[in-house]
Design a protein around this ligand. Structure first.
Ligand code: FEO
Length: 166
């Protein structure tokens, strides 16, 4: 394997973290389905799939460089979702934690002067800005309509129209 040990450990942890994110989004998808917001539920399910793609991107990098991916235990926090706003707040909170992990990963890659992971790490840095921005925008819209049922249903319809992306 040609990945420095410290970076290998951080990359491996990130694979598990992306799977954890997928499970959190899956839970949020179930919660929103329970609250009768099928569009929002579907948005969360698509997000869960994206997280698995993120995990694969890092796993592929590790394997391509001769490493062995070792998945760790995934622990899920209890998510007390009573409203769509709760669900998206949890999503944002989690994305912020992931962003911090990616920044740490970047610091490790810099410290060990690993050039080969640079493109991967840069992709994730940009992706996290986009992920946080997207969820923040939804939170703003949900806050704007407040308790207005027809407003929430319009957002639900718009989010349900989301297709799969990277
Ligand atoms: Fe893999 Fe939502 O960040």
């Amino acid at each position: 394997m040609n990945i420095p040990d410290e970076l290998f450990e951080a990359l491996n942890k990130q694979v598990t973290a992306e799977h954890q994110a997928a499970l959190i989004y899956t839970q949020l998808s179930y919660d929103l389905d329970r609250l009768s917001f099928p569009g929002m539920s579907s948005w969360m399910a698509v997000q869960a799939s994206e997280e698995r793609v993120h995990a694969s991107k890092i796993a592929d990098h590790i394997i391509a460089r001769g490493g062995k991916v070792e998945l760790g235990t995934v622990e899920l926090p209890f998510l007390a979702v009573k409203t769509p706003l709760d669900a998206f707040n949890y999503a944002l909170e989690h994305e912020q934690q992931v962003s911090e992990m990616i920044r740490n990963l970047t610091r490790v890659a810099d410290e060990v002067k690993d050039l080969d992971s640079r493109a991967l790490v840069n992709w994730f840095l940009s992706e996290q800005i986009e992920e946080e921005d997207t969820v923040s925008e939804i939170i703003d819209q949900v806050k704007l309509v407040g308790e207005d049922g027809s407003g929430l249903l319009r957002i639900d319809t718009a989010l349900g129209a989301r297709g799969t992306s990277s």
